[in-house]
Write a protein of this length. Structure first.
Length: 266
């Protein structure tokens, strides 16, 4: 699926707006602006994935939608800690304060309703937008706790991007980045592009390749065996059952025992 110029340009405009507004604010204002904006960006991802899950019944969309809710909770915790106002939290599913996000949501849900492959590619694109957007604000805050929150969100987004790319590869679709540089994209997806198809097809059983998620509050990290955890020394194609017992969640540090299978039967 080739990304249509209309919503690609709109997404780029959305990112540009973030940079311009950020550069014009003071440090404290940047932190408040950044947290509220990233909350809405994470909500944007959650709502799109929920919509696509209801449209296609894709379990990955449902799982990552829950993970995005966990990301929203992480950001809200920071907003509450600093006493910032977050009017976004009162918006319902598919409702956005940012007019560009509102328009982009309409465009992407229409495009992703054409096929499951379109929806998966849009998922990957949304994760790219998340990574780029978070980086803009992460670079402008000195607060250690906010930096830590942005680090968790970024790690989660990279994991989600890998999962979407892996799912597309399984369908014979090679995803190409739209917002990350080639280097950043390659660092994010690791060996997924070249190994996913062969590793998933040679798995000992479909049960071995089930997806697991971290049940720790405000985490929601998703472990996809096809993707593995390259940064944690877990190669793509490694079933969850074969991960060493001392492995830790790359987002919150929870133990392997904190993970549960999703869906129960896959």
């Amino acid at each position: 699926m080739a990304v249509e110029k209309g919503y690609a340009a709109l997404a780029l405009a959305l990112l540009s707006t973030a940079v311009l507004s950020a550069c014009s604010s003071k440090t404290k204002d940047i932190e408040e602006e950044g947290l509220v904006r990233i909350y809405e960006v994470e909500k944007f991802a959650r709502d799109i994935y929920k919509y696509f899950h209801e449209k296609w019944g894709t379990y990955i969309m449902d799982t990552i939608s829950h993970s995005e809710q966990a990301h929203m909770d992480i950001v809200q915790e920071m907003i509450d800690k600093y006493g910032f106002d977050n009017p976004i939290k009162y918006n319902g599913y598919g409702e956005f304060t940012n007019k560009d996000l509102k328009e982009l949501y309409k465009e992407l849900t229409v495009q992703g309703s054409k096929s499951e492959e379109d929806a998966l590619e849009i998922g990957a694109m949304v994760e790219e937008i998340d990574i780029v957007d978070i980086k803009k604000y992460w670079e402008q805050t000195e607060a250690a706790d906010i930096n830590n929150a942005y680090s968790k969100l970024t790690t989660g987004s990279h994991g989600h991007l890998r999962i979407f790319v892996s799912a597309l590869n399984e369908k014979g679709v090679q995803y190409r980045p739209h917002y990350l540089s080639v280097q950043e994209y390659n660092e994010s997806v690791g060996t997924v592009i070249t190994t996913t198809v062969t590793t998933t097809s040679t798995a000992s059983s479909s049960a071995d390749m089930r997806v697991y998620y971290c049940q720790t509050d405000m985490c929601g990290y998703v472990y996809d065996p096809a993707v593995g955890d390259p940064d944690g020394g877990i190669a793509p194609g490694t079933p969850f059952e074969d991960i060493p017992d001392d492995w830790r969640c790359p987002v919150c540090g929870a133990t392997k025992a904190s993970f549960a299978n999703y869906p129960p039967e896959h």
